[in-house]
Write a protein that binds this ligand. Structure first.
Ligand SMILES: [Zn+2]
Ligand SMILES: [Zn+2]
Length: 314
């Protein structure tokens, strides 16, 4: 099959062997569409550790074409979205069947082969059936789950809290929209271009949700996020900056700031959110390209932060 694989701090289109079921719990999915995410770009650039020849990609939907002997939750021909996180099934959390909190999570398209390919194999409990969504809408589940994670933080029971979402990209916009649509009444979106001004004006929020994701300015912008908080406020870290950043520990301690990090909301909740907010999802969907047009697709994904770029498979 054709696949986009990591190669020497870049990626290349290669012909690789079709994946096959590795265990009785696996499913084989024929990919219909797979979106380009910033994580894929970081992996391709070598900013996130990944072996050469790893198939990239992790935001995908498709159709199940083969299932292992012990799979009974999923059937052949089911339309599914894929959760990229593979649990280890061995750690203390996994032994309690709390796979969501597995301490040895492997990430699709980084630690094992991903979805920029015609087929992918994964355990059946990583796929979720859908019916009334397009493949593109369904493939949006992973970024929605990553954004909806904010609602599952300590913000959860504080609908009236003053919240600033800081960032300029699509995900910052999406975070703002998700909070507004989830019943939070006092949310402000602060673009990076306005961050200094807001800080100097002495704005004070109960929560600041960091959605910066620009590696080069992250430390300075994080300081500004902290200054936007009231004493004993909470900074929620959301973006996945591959570089280490500094924290002003003296200021954090003096002002008793809490730092909380979020990763994913449950995927079934993300699907539910998509089903109820199709207008929002459709406004974020950009162009689709065949995998052969990977250079143009990556270029488009880099240029246009506003909409999501997809690979589409016949
Ligand atoms: Zn992603
Ligand atoms: Zn585990």
């Amino acid at each position: 099959m054709k696949a986009l694989v990591k190669f020497c701090n870049n990626y290349q289109l290669k012909l690789v062997s079709d994946p096959t079921l590795e265990s009785h719990d696996d499913v084989l999915v024929k990919i219909k569409t797979s979106a380009i995410c910033r994580t894929d770009q970081y992996v391709a650039q070598g900013l996130i550790d990944c072996e050469d020849n790893r198939v990239l990609g992790h935001e995908a939907s498709g159709t199940v074409i083969s299932i292992g002997n012990e799979v009974n939750s999923i059937s052949i021909d089911d339309q599914v979205i894929i959760n990229p996180m593979k649990a280890c099934y061995r750690c203390d959390d996994c032994l309690k069947q709390d796979y969501h909190h597995c301490s040895n999570i492997q990430f699709m398209g980084v630690d094992y082969d991903g979805t920029f390919a015609e087929y992918v194999v994964c355990p059946a409990n990583q796929v979720y059936r859908f019916s009334d969504l397009s493949f593109e809408q369904a493939a949006y589940t992973e970024p929605i789950a990553a954004t909806l994670a904010v609602v599952y933080s300590s913000i959860h029971d504080h609908k009236e809290a003053s919240i600033a979402v800081v960032g300029s990209g699509r995900i910052a916009q999406l975070t703002f929209q998700i909070l507004a649509r989830s019943g939070y009444t006092n949310v402000q979106l602060i673009g990076l271009e306005n961050l200094q001004k807001q800080t100097s004006e002495g704005a004070k929020f109960d929560y600041v949700v960091e959605s910066i994701s620009t590696p080069n300015t992250a430390t300075e912008d994080l300081f500004s996020c902290i200054r936007l908080l009231r004493t004993a406020g909470t900074l929620i870290l959301k973006s996945r900056n591959p570089h280490p950043v500094q924290f002003p520990t003296m200021e954090l301690i003096k002002r008793r700031i809490t730092i909380e990090s979020v990763y994913y909301a449950p995927f079934d909740e993300a699907i539910h959110f998509i089903e109820n907010n199709l207008d929002l999802i459709d406004s974020l969907i950009g162009r689709s390209y065949p995998i052969e047009d990977h250079a143009l697709a990556f270029h488009t994904a880099n240029q246009s932060e506003a909409n999501k770029t997809f690979f589409i498979f016949k």
